[in-house]
Design a protein around this ligand. Structure first.
Ligand SMILES: [Zn+2]
Length: 555
């Protein structure tokens, strides 16, 4: 009996099941799942739908105290963290505003610091909360693509956990979708269906919801990858799956499970996916094998790193099983015949004079431009394409991911000091649009640290930001207004900072980059005069600044 119960313990039961409750008053429907594949990171929480609107009550998932308040323009926007007695932390992101007593606490600190962006660590006992207590209202602040609540549970080491392990009720009777299957040849002599290139294998659907393929002819070390997403009930959102497994002739050789990860490893998502395919097709293939230099902790016990070693004239049955959190599963069975072929479509290597090894640092320079890539930044040894053209410095292409920053430098000796002031280093988008890359200016060398290969150049921004009123104009009476709104934009280097005063007194303005607006809430109670001189100074990333002034009246 005892043995039996030990062996039936599943992952869920290791975690408290009744401790945390739904932080919203609406049933949990997911717009995003834990571990879901995002740009350069795994999603660290559950994105809970909020009826396509803002302002839903957000409650403390369990008793504890507010241990951190982080208000940012980007990222989680307005976020609250609650520390619980059992060692876990819950996180609530993209909030519209905090509950009144916490909002008051926050505003006091923001006014004291004279900054909208702020990070606070209240002491234990300072801001205690009961389970179910109103803590905030849901919103769409920061890097949010629409109103929702980002909800996270972190362990004692601040590692994000799959919140579903804690027993939330989320209806899901739908199987994961498998939308693409790919084969990879993984050593010099390997081949699949007479090719060494990435090969798409058509899926053949079967009556029972599983898939198969035509028999694959292969030889050598090969591996597979899939496009897969999961949908829950009551929502069309294409979320992440929970588990992917692969077996050969019944022996499991590969497993990935999204239970938890650490923020330090989240960028290594780019090693789980076929990054080049993603950059060129905007669709993520998850590899069911592991390349070298990949310490991601989401893998289970792998055999031969999940690769198959196919011997001539032997038969194999390779099976992929994809499972969602509720245990719904989809299978793909791939019959493989070992078959050596001499007539194969060879993979075309792209040799250049610049071989950068993943375990060594790399540097090169010419024509007053330089690049330095530290050891470990590249996952694989790579022949880099470098074109040292000062008007557009090509540093390989964004089909190869970087784990850590490389440094790019430009010698600006030939430019006059007044011209240099307006320069910044830009990365050109695929359409040639310059994007500001944080530029350090030291003597005659301007540099930037970046984790994205691509084309870089010096760009001059001579145009100061634009500032325009949204819900008032100069000289107007606005006694009925609850807010003061302005639009601020910058055409090239982007907004670096802003500061607003009324009659010389700092006023707090919330910056929402998605609609380029600054908003002051009159309920802050700092605008008390009838006649008011507004002054807003907005500065871009090279230091061009615009001072906007207007008079308004209130009673
Ligand atoms: Zn989220």
């Amino acid at each position: 009996m005892l043995l039996c119960s030990i062996f039936t313990l599943n992952a869920q039961q290791k975690f408290p099941q009744e401790y945390f409750e739904n932080p919203l008053n609406v049933p949990i429907v997911l717009a995003g799942s834990f571990g879901e594949l995002r740009s350069n990171h795994f999603h660290s929480g559950l994105d809970i739908k909020t009826e396509q609107r803002e302002g839903l009550e957000v409650k403390a998932s369990a008793a504890g105290y507010i241990s951190r308040i982080n208000i940012q323009h980007y990222g989680y926007g307005k976020a609250l963290y609650i520390q619980h007695a059992n060692g876990y932390t819950t996180v609530y992101g993209h909030l519209q505003k905090l509950a009144p007593k916490f909002e008051e606490y926050l505003k006091q600190k923001q006014y004291a610091k004279e900054s909208y962006e702020i990070e606070l660590f209240p002491k234990p006992g300072e801001l205690a909360v009961e389970q179910g207590e109103l803590i905030a209202y849901s919103g769409n602040t920061g890097g949010s693509g629409g109103p929702h609540l980002h909800f996270e549970i972190r362990d004692g080491s601040q590692r994000p956990m799959n919140a579903q392990l804690f027993g939330f009720d989320i209806a899901d009777t739908r199987k994961p979708l498998i939308e693409g299957l790919f084969a990879y040849s993984l050593d010099e002599d390997a081949h699949v269906n007479n090719s060494q290139e990435r090969l798409r294998l058509p899926l053949i659907p079967l009556q029972d919801g599983s898939y198969t393929t035509r028999e694959v002819q292969a030889c050598g070390d090969i591996g597979f990858g899939i496009n897969t997403v999961d949908q829950q009930n009551m929502a069309p959102n294409r979320n992440g799956v929970y588990k992917m497994q692969a077996s050969v002739n019944g022996d499991t050789i590969f497993e990935v499970t999204f239970d938890k990860f650490s923020f330090a490893e989240t960028r290594r998502l780019n090693q789980l996916i076929d990054y080049e395919y993603y950059q060129t097709n905007n669709n993520r293939i998850q590899k069911l094998f592991k390349n070298q230099n990949n310490p991601l902790s989401i893998y289970g016990d792998l055999k031969n790193e999940g690769k198959l070693n196919i011997q001539d004239s032997l038969d194999y049955q390779y099976t992929i099983k994809v499972t969602d959190f509720k245990g719904n599963e989809t299978l793909v069975r791939i019959p493989i015949k070992g078959s050596f072929s001499e007539n194969i479509n060879k993979k075309v290597g792209n040799e250049t004079p610049y071989l950068a090894k993943s375990t060594q640092s790399f540097s090169a320079n010419a024509n007053g431009i330089d690049v330095y890539i530290p050891a470990g930044a590249l996952y694989d040894d790579t022949f880099l394409e470098l074109t040292f053209d000062p008007t557009s410095f090509v540093v390989h292409k964004d089909e190869v991911p970087l784990q850590s920053n490389m440094t790019i430098g430009f010698d600006v000796t030939e430019y006059a000091p007044e011209d240099r002031e307006k320069f910044f280093i830009a990365r050109l988008s695929q359409y040639g649009r310059p994007n500001y890359s944080t530029t350090y200016k030291k003597g005659n060398r301007f540099s930037t640290a970046t984790r994205t290969f691509g084309t870089y150049k010096l760009v001059a921004d001579i145009t100061p930001p634009k500032v325009s009123p949204v819900n008032f104009y100069d000289g107007k009476w606005i006694s009925e207004n609850e807010t003061l709104k302005l639009k601020i934009t910058d055409d090239l280097s982007g907004i670096e900072s802003f500061r607003a005063t009324v009659n010389g007194k700092f006023i707090l303005m919330e910056y929402e980059y998605k609609n380029a607006t600054l908003t002051h809430d009159f309920s802050d109670g700092v605008v008390t005069d009838t006649e008011n001189d507004l002054k807003v100074i907005v500065t871009d990333n090279v230091g061009n600044s615009t001072t906007y002034t207007a008079k308004f009246f209130r009673k």
